[in-house]
Design a protein around this ligand. Structure first.
Ligand SMILES: Nc1nc2c(c(=O)[nH]1)N[C@H]1C(S)=C(S)[C@@H](COP(=O)(O)O)O[C@H]1N2
Ligand SMILES: [Mo]
Length: 417
């Protein structure tokens, strides 16, 4: 292997991968030689395979790939969170069955025949839509991320906790969301000139209620009916949810029941006591909707074992509420030097982007990290920078650089640098 690394401690970024042909091409291949004797047929080649089925399921050997870190309020089994197992996934789409969940009062069992979305308040004509009526309107579909603003809040802990990628960053998922632009429904209802906000309410027992500026609603908000080509899953808002691209997940109200146009925000519990950002001067930032630029190395990460020194692919996800990802840099020497990562083809706005580098792990302890820059020029900050100015315990909108420490045993661990 004669291609020089792009950064310290054996890191091959975009430049080296391009020089070596295909990303991670021949010059960088690890060799997996075998003695060329006659190939014996394994047992599954000796009888016909299993039957077809009406709906698919993963291989039984992938049974460990499940939502993790399931936690709910004492005395409930549905009021809490579950996490996307990011460390076991590649590409950008989150399989719907693994999309993280965040419910404030469990999953309502909504019969779509009895559910309506009401559009009312400061409008000329109040309207009501059932699912079938909505499905007749022009729809759009877009591949975009949904992230809880409480994601990565484990990183406020003063000591780095021994948690895996899902437990720290798994309140993130990417889906193809299909639905009706809310602007179309509001144009039909006729918004009065005084209308400046909409208050969106859910049909769950928590009646999640969030105020959203009308400008965002008219820009790119949709009433989502589809997720990755099928109707929404119950846990993700069936039969319809608000979807606000790039904004904190909380405002994407699930089981959407009411859209009320108002002059002022409702100042609901979820936008005052919760989902606001307390500062050291005692003030709180309200309506901090867009999610910051962020990235994380999903592989290697805690729980994925490196099998001795040699060449590995380091890969992860980068995303930003400001638009497209421009670059992702990776370091294998604790941030002393960085290599620009190779980005997978589809770099979509308000979506996660998959990044990759090749790394020659020499078996010694190493400190790996990634840093994303978005098209607005925003650069993912260090943890120290993110913590500055925050009141103790303030935990929303954490987007610091994640550092994994690789041990001589080839195990990754969450650390602060
Ligand atoms: N009606 C309703 N909408 C809701 C919630 C809820 O509990 N009830 N949780 C919110 C929060 S905090 C987040 S992060 C996202 C999570 O969406 P998901 O469960 O589809 O991942 O939904 C939001 N919308
Ligand atoms: Mo959330």
């Amino acid at each position: 292997m004669n291609i020089p690394p792009d950064a310290g401690n054996g890191l091959y970024g975009r430049r080296a991968l391009l020089r070596s042909g295909l990303a991670g091409g021949a010059a960088l291949l690890t060799t997996s030689a075998f003695a060329d004797t006659k190939l014996r047929r394994p047992e599954w080649m000796q009888t016909p395979g299993g039957p077809m089925s009406a709906a698919g399921a993963p291989s039984r050997f992938e049974a460990h790939v499940q939502r993790t870190s399931i936690r709910s309020q004492p005395g409930t089994d549905g009021s809490g969170v579950s996490s996307t197992p990011l460390q076991y996934l590649d590409g950008v789409i989150t399989p719907s069955r693994l999309h993280f969940e965040r419910h404030h009062s469990g999953i309502p069992d909504i019969n779509p025949a009895q559910h309506k979305l009401y559009v009312h308040g400061l409008v000329d004509r109040p309207l009501a839509f059932d699912t079938e009526a909505l499905a007749r309107y022009p729809m759009v579909s877009r591949i975009q991320f949904l992230e809880c603003s409480g994601n990565s809040s484990a990183l406020i802990a003063p000591q780095a906790a021994d948690l895996d990628c899902a437990a720290i960053h798994g309140l993130l998922a990417v889906s193809e969301w299909g639905g009706v632009p809310l602007s179309i429904l509001l144009e039909e209802a006729g918004v009065s000139p005084e209308g400046k906000w909409v208050v969106a309410d859910g049909a769950d027992a928590a009646v999640m209620s969030r105020s959203v500026p009308l400008a965002k609603i008219m820009d790119d908000a949709i009433v989502a009916l589809y997720q990755n080509g099928e109707r929404l899953r119950p846990g993700n808002g069936y039969p319809m949810r608000l979807f606000l691209p790039g904004w904190e997940g909380n405002a994407s109200v699930k089981w959407l029941r009411s859209i009320k146009v108002t002059e002022q925000p409702a100042m609901s519990k979820e936008e005052t006591s919760k989902y606001s950002d307390l500062q050291t001067d005692g003030s709180a930032k309200l309506f901090t909707f867009p999610m910051g630029v962020k990235s994380v190395i999903t592989s290697p990460s805690p729980g994925l074992q490196l099998r001795g020194p040699g060449l590995y692919q380091v890969s992860g996800l980068a995303w930003s509420g400001a638009g497209r990802i421009k670059t992702v840099e990776v370091s294998a020497d604790g941030g002393q030097s960085w290599a620009a990562a190779q980005l997978d083809d589809h770099v979509l706005p308000l979506c996660a982007t998959r990044f990759r580098v090749a790394w020659r792990y020499n078996g010694a302890p190493a400190t790996i990290m990634s840093r994303a820059t978005d098209e607005s020029g925003a650069v993912q900050p260090t943890r120290a920078a993110v913590m500055r100015g925050r009141a103790a315990g303030s935990f929303y909108h954490m987007n610091p650089i994640q550092t994994w420490r690789i041990s001589v045993e080839g195990q990754a661990r969450n650390v602060y640098v």
